[in-house]
Design a protein around this ligand. Structure first.
Ligand SMILES: *[C@@H]1O[C@H](CO)[C@@H](O)[C@H](O)[C@H]1NC(C)=O
Ligand SMILES: *[C@@H]1O[C@H](CO)[C@@H](O)[C@H](O)[C@H]1NC(C)=O
Ligand SMILES: *[C@@H]1O[C@H](CO)[C@@H](O)[C@H](O)[C@H]1NC(C)=O
Ligand SMILES: *[C@@H]1O[C@H](CO)[C@@H](O)[C@H](O)[C@H]1NC(C)=O
Length: 584
């Protein structure tokens, strides 16, 4: 598509966006009946999912159902693929043929084979089935909303997870080893260290997106180093997730000796400094702070060096301070490399697998997720997620971002062009629907887009519905209600079929990583100018590590790691960042 053409379409869209109130009113009056017809038709249609039943028997059954239902009150409609099977059948009454992912519909649909349900439900073996279903509904129900992932976990990853679960339940909170190790002041000799349970304590820092990225990184580090991951959740995070590990808890008990005050714990830098002077003969610190925060000066100097790992390995309790997705650092460490290749033959699936393994919405969050999903997303043929994070609204005004989003959706055919003149005829052509989910701190985005798609119809005749669940105004990282809303939206975005996200947003990274999606990332906009191109598709679904190390441990000088590893590339949205890609 040429830029001229896009420009032209833009002007049309802008005209539509700023349409006067009177025109709006007239339009609504004239078409009120049709609009109501379609909206109403939507909510009452009970649909059979063709998507999850790629089985001829099921389809035939569906068509049979449809014929029967057609003459009855409850009309079932098949997905658009199936319209080819019996052409014309939908034209008499309704052209809408959405596939559904509605939970209610799928609960009724018992024709799916039980093995494929089990595979879907337990994410190809990532999850174990031993949890109490009522304690975590999302664990058992998320497969009804999320398409089966095309990325399968390796058998080796599954075996590492099962081993980890075993370790966690034997060393976790309230076990004998836990009680012994977590006692303040006890000293361990070097010989002791190898035989005891070791721990990695995760602490929160920065917003929810960053926290989830570091949790996944910490979990991988724990697996690689045979440590038990314990999380120091305050009240702002208690209500978000289910317990991920069977027969134990990942919550750090409140009687952890350094729950409040970690000032007097040795840090890893001081240990490195000491060891240069004089390696302490027998005694190792029992607790050690590993500071990988991006704001910390020494944050990325030596963690990725094998010698550091050799030293850290012996410390019983590591307390991690990080707000970064530091998984790429782990891939730089020679002693981990082989394990990582076996666990992740597809290197761009690390967060996708570990994230889906770890992060199950709590029942409170799941209630919100399923309510919104059922009401606004389930019945659409396609779900488009827009995640709009604007750090500086003066530098890039809302209208510029809206224009940029529209340019992006047009260029990549995510949303259709609008038909400004022939609204009446295109209403009749209407056949499919798209739901647009807007996640933003500001209400302007949802409102503007809703207005645009409410007042005009698409050239293609598609029905576009815009929904924005919340607009918090500003980020409140330490507030549980706020965090539940944020988590709900991250999760809903991850259920979409396509995503457009903002640059440098960890919120967006978590959503596309969980969803197994490669999003289109908006280019940073300045002033009124719409960047060209407005957005760029990322090459990998992995999150970006914003502040990666630059030190080559072997050569003792600065290096660009993309020159050493083919499976690391600079991020599209943060040029100094690193992203794992699927290469050897
Ligand atoms: C469809 O599914 C049924 C039961 O789930 C199975 O027995 C049958 O072989 C499947 N048919 C095809 C064509 O895959
Ligand atoms: C560990 O300590 C907790 C209390 O802090 C106690 O309830 C628990 O029984 C202890 N576990 C063992 C195995 O002694
Ligand atoms: C937390 O955020 C919610 C809205 O997200 C707000 O209603 C509530 O007042 C906030 N609570 C605190 C303690 O700031
Ligand atoms: C690494 O390089 C610095 C100077 O760039 C030097 O001071 C230091 O001694 C070197 N370290 C090693 C282990 O060679």
């Amino acid at each position: 598509m040429s830029m001229d053409k896009i420009g032209l379409r833009f002007r049309t869209l802008l005209a539509v966006g700023t349409i006067t109130f009177s025109t709006l009113l007239i339009f609504t009056l004239i078409h009120q009946n049709s609009i109501f017809y379609f909206v109403d038709g939507f909510s009452s249609i009970n649909v059979l999912s063709a998507n999850n039943n790629p089985n001829a028997t099921v389809l035939k059954q569906g068509i049979k159902d449809h014929k029967i239902a057609y003459s009855s009150v409850d009309n079932k409609v098949l997905g658009d693929k199936d319209q080819n099977v019996m052409p014309g059948i939908f034209q008499q009454r309704s052209e809408i043929g959405p596939k559904t992912h509605s939970l209610e519909d799928q609960k009724k649909d018992t024709s799916q084979s039980s093995t494929s349900i089990a595979n879907d439900q337990f994410l190809d073996g990532l999850l174990v089935s031993t949890f109490d279903e009522a304690s975590c509904l999302s664990r058992y129900q998320s497969h009804l909303y999320r398409k089966a992932s095309p990325y399968k976990p390796s058998a080796y990853l599954l075996s590492k997870l099962r081993n980890y679960e075993h370790l966690h339940s034997s060393c976790g909170p309230r076990t004998k080893s836990y009680n012994k190790t977590m006692r303040k002041g006890s000293k361990f000799s070097k010989d002791d260290a190898g035989t005891k349970c070791k721990y990695l304590v995760w602490t929160p820092s920065n917003g929810l997106g960053n926290r989830m990225l570091t949790l996944a990184s910490a979990f991988l580090y724990a697996i690689l180093t045979d440590r038990v991951l314990l999380v120091k959740f305050g009240t702002d995070m208690f209500g978000l997730f289910c317990e991920p590990f069977p027969d134990s808890s990942w919550l750090l008990p409140r009687n952890f000796p350094y729950w409040k005050d970690q000032k007097h714990i040795e840090t890893y830098e001081t240990m490195l400094g000491n060891s240069k002077k004089k390696i302490s003969k027998e005694l190792l610190p029992q607790f050690l702070i590993l500071n990988l925060q991006h704001t910390h000066d020494g944050h990325n100097n030596f963690f990725h060096c094998d010698q550091s790992q050799g030293r850290l390995q012996k410390v019983p309790v590591l307390i991690l301070w990080s707000d970064q997705y530091f998984v790429p650092s782990l891939f730089m460490i020679p002693s981990f490399r082989q394990e990582l290749s076996k666990m992740f033959p597809e290197k761009d699936t690390v967060f996708h697998h570990l994230g889906r393994y770890l992060f199950h919405p709590s029942n409170a969050a799941w209630e919100q997720i399923s309510r919104i999903y059922e009401a606004h997303l389930a019945k659409a043929n396609e779900r488009i997620g827009l995640q709009i994070r604007v750090y500086n609204t003066h530098r890039s005004p809302h209208q510029t971002i809206i224009n940029e989003i529209i340019a992006c959706t047009l260029q990549h055919k995510l949303l259709p062009e609008l038909d400004v003149q022939k609204t009446a005829t295109s209403l009749l052509k209407k056949r499919t629907s798209k739901a647009v989910l807007v996640a933003s701190l500001f209400s302007e985005y949802g409102e503007k887009l809703r207005t645009i798609y409410k007042t005009s119809t698409a050239m293609t005749g598609e029905l576009i519905k815009v929904y924005q669940p919340s607009h918090e105004g500003r980020q409140k990282s330490n507030n549980d209600t706020h965090n539940i809303k944020a988590w709900t939206e991250i999760y809903l975005l991850s259920l979409c079929d396509a995503l457009i996200t903002s640059p440098k947003s960890t919120f967006g990274y978590v959503a596309h990583g969980l969803g197994g999606l490669k999003p289109w990332i908006l280019q940073r906009a300045y002033g009124e100018t719409i960047p060209n191109p407005p957005c760029q598709r990322v090459m990998s679904m992995e999150p970006c590590f914003h502040y990666p190390p630059k030190y080559d441990c072997k050569a003792n000088n600065t290096v660009d790691f993309t020159s050493l590893f083919h499976h690391m590339k600079h991020c599209e949205d943060v040029s100094s960042g690193l992203r794992l890609v699927n290469a050897n």
